[in-house]
Design a protein around this ligand. Structure first.
Ligand code: FAD
Length: 276
């Protein structure tokens, strides 16, 4: 972490999403627009969010302050917060209500923004750059818009200046990177290369049980300024029209014999397969 001068303590909130682990069983639902909860399905914290959390913990270790983790999801998303607390976060907030179900990115961002406003006063919100399931990468930008804050995505390095009022970040672009200064509070979305994540220790896991996980639903979000019509399916201008599993077919053909004849045969086969 690059820092200039004496810096204020950082009050950081990290948005973490629980996702299905593709190592477990997964089944597309009958309507074809979602995933069925198959018995034995495994859930985990979105991989990108682990890096966002690790970065938050490193900033807290360097500058002091606090790390709050926030998720919107069904009741079992609490496990994702428990894992974050075991890694070292100070407290968790679970935004959970049937009204939130079916949320697209815009409705998710609206609820997350309400959750952030009611959870406290933060000078930095960290997100993963994208989820490994929905994978739109839209939530960080929409969240910043809802909060009225600037946002920087694809961030691989974070530092601070001006007493902690400005973040100095490196943002990946194709073939290089940009150095960006952004005034805080801001939303920053990080890529996996930003750091190497720690594993929870036994002590961390034991301590996690003593830490607070607050729960909030639709009523708390309404208090924070968003209407129920902006949440969940009703507040979602986009719908998943279909979800499909790709079946990758592998086919191997060996062409041997005389090299010239083999090359002729190879060209013939590639033309037959429309590959030339
Ligand atoms: C009851 C309920 C059921 C849900 N069921 C599903 C489901 O079956 N499948 C599904 O994909 N989503 C589900 N969600 C979550 C929500 O619909 C998605 O999180 C949202 O659409 C985000 O889209 P994305 O995955 O493309 O996010 P991206 O924009 O790709 O995510 C970027 C970053 O934004 C943050 N972020 C995104 N979503 C959340 C979140 N929910 N909480 C905290 N931080 C977040 C993370 O830091 C993430 O790395 C459910 C939510 C609720 C309340």
């Amino acid at each position: 972490m690059v820092s200039e001068g004496r810096l204020a303590r950082m009050r950081i909130l990290v948005c973490v999403k629980q996702v299905l682990d593709s190592d477990g069983p997964i089944r597309i639902d009958a309507a074809g627009g979602g995933i069925d909860a198959v018995p034995g399905a495994l859930f985990r914290m979105n991989r990108f969010d682990e890096f966002a959390l690790e970065e938050a913990l490193r900033i807290r270790e360097a500058l002091g302050g606090s790390v709050t983790v926030l998720t919107m999801g069904p009741p079992q998303a609490r496990k994702c917060l428990e894992d974050a607390l075991a890694m070292g976060a100070d407290r968790g907030v679970l935004l959970c209500d049937t009204v939130f179900a079916g949320a697209d990115t815009l409705a998710t961002a609206a609820v997350l923004a309400a959750g952030i406003r009611s959870a406290g006063d933060f000078n930095l919100v960290l997100c993963g750059n994208e989820s490994v399931d929905g994978a739109t990468g839209q939530v960080p930008g929409q969240l910043a818009e809802a909060l009225g804050w600037p946002r920087v995505t694809h961030v691989r390095k974070i530092g601070f200046a001006d007493g902690g009022r400005v973040a100095l970040v490196e943002r990946e672009i194709e073939g290089g990177f940009l150095r960006v200064e952004v005034r805080l509070p801001a939303v920053i979305a990080v890529v996996k290369r930003i750091n190497r994540c720690r594993l929870p220790t036994i002590f961390g896991i034991l301590e996690a049980g003593k830490k607070e996980i607050a729960e909030a639903g639709c009523a708390a979000c309404e208090c924070a300024g968003i209407r129920a019509e902006s949440m969940g399916l009703e507040g979602s201008p986009t719908r998943v029209a279909g979800l499909f599993q790709s079946h990758r077919k592998r086919h191997v053909e060996m062409i041997g014999g005389d090299p010239k004849e083999a090359a002729r045969m190879l060209i013939h086969r590639l033309r037959e397969l429309d590959a030339l």
